[in-house]
Write a protein that binds this ligand. Structure first.
Ligand code: SF4
Length: 303
């Protein structure tokens, strides 16, 4: 094996499954072909960790694909300097799991005793409500909706002004009333009251963006389809220079992170960084003095 090239022998994760962080029942499984399609769509190669030598190019092959006809994949070896230590420090700072997202995130807002497709609908709804909204406000709105029995049918039978009163004061509540009604009608007509099991179909629903879609795949379906990047993840990734160059949108940050972050960390990164952003790396006046990453953080060092 040459010094500059090596064959990665680690098997590639194929749509690893995760449990909802809040516990509860196992999500219903999805058709295998959709899981495979999702994995192909979002796969980014892993990286080879080697301390003494930086590799520029590597090849990765799936188990069973190393023989004839297997096309090796080129893997970028770029990675942010010191990211493992920065990540370890964030895990330490987040060890108490006492940020709002830890108690009130989407994985805590559904009724665990409801039938699987109702649970999945509730997960999607809580994600739709959560954009531009504090976790506490989203949780309150979900509580009021669930008190009336939160299903596709019940939402479609609720008039717009009542629905508005129930979800107020979530951000952009008027638009969300409209999106929730439109999305619920589509789910009833095309998905038998369930939610779709692919990112492509989820983002096609009114009011559902990529971050919500990836979180819905993880929480509702137990499938890791990509890194869910919201404003916290976007901001912190840029402050720590976890993107090769500055990114202007959460979607650009997601693509940049997926280029190098090992896939086995994808499911962890959203909750970890959202809580870190809520407690320490605040949008305005981050608490750098209290941050274990202060000496390792390019932003704090003025770089
Ligand atoms: S040092 Fe400051 S800017 Fe850097 S990660 Fe910590 S809180 Fe955020």
């Amino acid at each position: 094996m040459s010094a500059g090239l090596r064959m990665l022998t680690r098997s590639r994760s194929r749509s690893p499954r995760t449990r909802p962080r809040g516990g509860g029942e196992e999500p219903a499984s999805i058709p295998r072909r959709e899981v495979a399609a999702e994995g192909r769509e979002k796969h980014r190669p892993g990286k080879c960790q080697q301390k003494t030598q930086r590799l520029h190019v590597a090849y990765e092959a799936l188990d069973g694909e190393k023989g004839e006809g297997a096309e090796p994949l080129k893997v970028s070896a770029w990675e942010p300097q010191g990211w493992q230590q920065q990540l370890a420090n964030i895990r330490t700072m987040r060890s108490k799991k006492d940020a709002p997202v830890d108690q009130l995130g989407a994985e805590h807002c559904y009724d665990p005793s409801a039938p699987p497709k109702v649970r999945r609908y509730q997960v999607l709804l809580s994600l739709m409500l959560s954009s531009q909204t504090k976790d506490q406000v989203t949780a309150g709105a979900m509580q009021r909706l669930r008190a009336r029995g939160l299903t596709v049918d019940s939402i479609l039978q609720t008039d717009d002004s009542t629905l508005g009163e129930l979800i107020y004061p979530v951000g952009f509540w008027r638009s969300k009333v409209k999106f929730i009604k439109q999305t619920s009608a589509i789910l009833q007509q095309h998905y038998d009251g369930d939610i779709p099991a692919s990112v492509a179909e989820l983002v096609a629903l009114p009011g559902v963006g990529p971050k919500m879609a990836h979180l819905a795949m993880a929480v509702a379906w137990g499938t890791i389809s990509g890194i869910a990047v919201d404003t916290h993840v976007h901001r912190i990734a840029n402050r720590l220079r976890w993107t090769q160059r500055p990114t202007k949108s959460p979607e650009a940050t997601r693509a940049a992170l997926e280029e190098w972050l090992p896939r086995e960390l994808w499911s962890e990164i959203n909750g970890l960084l959202v809580g870190f952003g809520q407690q320490t790396c605040l949008p305005v006046h981050p608490r750098c003095q209290a941050c274990l990453n202060q000496a390792l953080c390019p932003t704090a060092q003025g770089l």
